[in-house]
Design a protein around this ligand. Structure first.
Ligand SMILES: Cc1ncc(COP(=O)(O)O)c(C=O)c1O
Length: 398
């Protein structure tokens, strides 16, 4: 059913220039714009559009089909599990990354001695705000600060994580500057000191191989709008199987029950698997889109996607460095994600002027973000560099 109405996808395997040229035709915006904004939203593929139209067609022609909707939701759960190398029972299909963090936070008791939450100064606002909201429930939230070199070294977490720490909840890649935290080391420290570890992988999921089951991660959250090529309104939450039973959310709903069909209003009986972290009616329209987006990632191949993003973004950083343009993103591959953050004297004006040149970027915190996906190519880097040269007063020289 899900395939109904979808356009044929190109027959390609490795991501060399010719296969990418074929893929680029699947994303119409790429023929019209230099699209470097996948860190905000991934480019829309024709197959994703077709999947959403399929939802509308079914609604128009058949009315509603609850069983089919649930099937789409389960297909997304299975696709996410495959992408992250985990079991479907460990995946909750949520409506946003925020919904996942809220569900997780609602499980935790902050009334005792272990009431500390460690976040970092690289967090997306939601992962600061939700944990600070837990202060009303007894939590104490501390932030790992940025060092003089712009990074947050593992030692800054090491100093804060101790026997008072309930949870360490950090971003994988910073949305402002593209810097990557050493989450394996941070997770290890959390584990050694008896704290839970939550990863916000919204800025990395879909841009790299991310075997959540092999990392020391208890919980991971994100969404499908960016590198996962899906849409707003669908997020995900991974919870390690051995943790699920001990985490009982008070942020819940009927679809999170063991048997949603029981329609029982006299009690609360959470599902035995990660579905207990969901809440109401599944984000069905978005599930159609997400299933199609996940199919692209699978078809292009995550290792090849990762390799291409690292190469393109590294090449962009080299070109910027040669042009004497300062960045907030380090060159070293291990220290960065798919976004290159360019320092600007007026980031809002620079984004506007790049848009006038047909280049789609975004800005945060004084930086213009150029984020790369596998469908980008060298012509995008050429266009960006040429435009930045023309707007030299708006960039910071290195
Ligand atoms: C790292 C990170 N976390 C969380 C969010 C917010 O996600 P949501 O709006 O799905 O809650 C974003 C959105 O840009 C993000 O980049």
């Amino acid at each position: 059913m899900a395939e109904q109405g979808m356009t044929a996808r190109p027959e390609i395997e490795p991501l060399d220039d010719s296969s990418v040229a074929a893929w680029r035709r699947e994303f119409p915006v790429l023929a019209r714009r230099t699209y470097l904004n996948s860190g905000s939203y991934g480019a829309l593929a024709l197959s994703v559009k077709a999947a959403m139209e399929d939802y509308l067609r079914l609604r128009l022609e058949e009315g509603a089909d609850w069983g089919h909707w649930v099937g789409r939701n389960e297909a997304v759960r299975a696709g996410l599990a495959q992408l992250f190398g985990v079991r479907p029972a460990e995946i909750a299909v949520t409506t946003s990354a925020s919904a996942g963090i809220n569900a997780f936070a609602s499980c935790l008791d902050f009334s005792g001695k272990r009431n500390r939450v460690v976040v970092s100064d690289f967090e997306f606002p939601t992962n600061g705000q939700i944990w600070h909201a837990q202060e009303r429930r007894g939590a104490e939230v501390v932030h790992a600060p940025v060092a003089d070199d712009g990074h947050i070294p593992v030692e800054h977490f090491e100093r804060l994580i101790d026997e008072r720490t309930r949870v360490v909840a950090v971003t994988h890649v910073c949305y402002r500057n593209g810097r990557r935290l050493d989450v394996e080391a941070i997770a290890r420290i959390a584990r050694e000191r008896g704290a839970l570890f939550m990863l916000d992988c919204y800025q990395s999921a879909g841009s790299q191989v991310l075997p959540l089951g092999e990392l020391d991660v208890d919980v991971a959250v994100g969404g499908t709008l960016k590198y996962m090529l899906g849409t707003a309104g669908v997020g995900f939450m991974y919870v390690r199987e051995s943790m699920i039973e001990q985490l009982v959310p008070t942020c819940t709903g009927w679809m999170a029950q063991r048997d949603p069909g029981a329609m029982d209003i006299t009690g609360y009986d959470p599902a035995p698997d990660a579905r207990r972290f969901e809440s109401g009616t599944p984000p069905v329209v978005g599930c159609y889109a997400t299933e199609a987006g996940l199919a692209i990632l699978e078809r292009a191949g995550m290792p090849a996607i990762e390799q291409r993003i690292v190469t393109l973004s590294g090449r962009c950083l080299d070109r910027l460095s040669n042009a004497g343009i300062a960045t907030a993103t380090p060159r070293e591959d291990a220290l960065r994600g798919p976004t290159v953050a360019i320092r600007s004297t007026n980031d809002v004006a620079l984004v506007e002027q790049l848009a006038a040149d047909g280049i789609v970027t975004s800005c945060r915190d004084g930086n213009v973000r150029a984020s790369f996906h596998f469908y980008n190519d060298d012509s995008d880097i050429d266009a960006l560099l040429a435009a930045l040269e023309r707007r030299r007063p708006l960039v910071v020289s290195s």
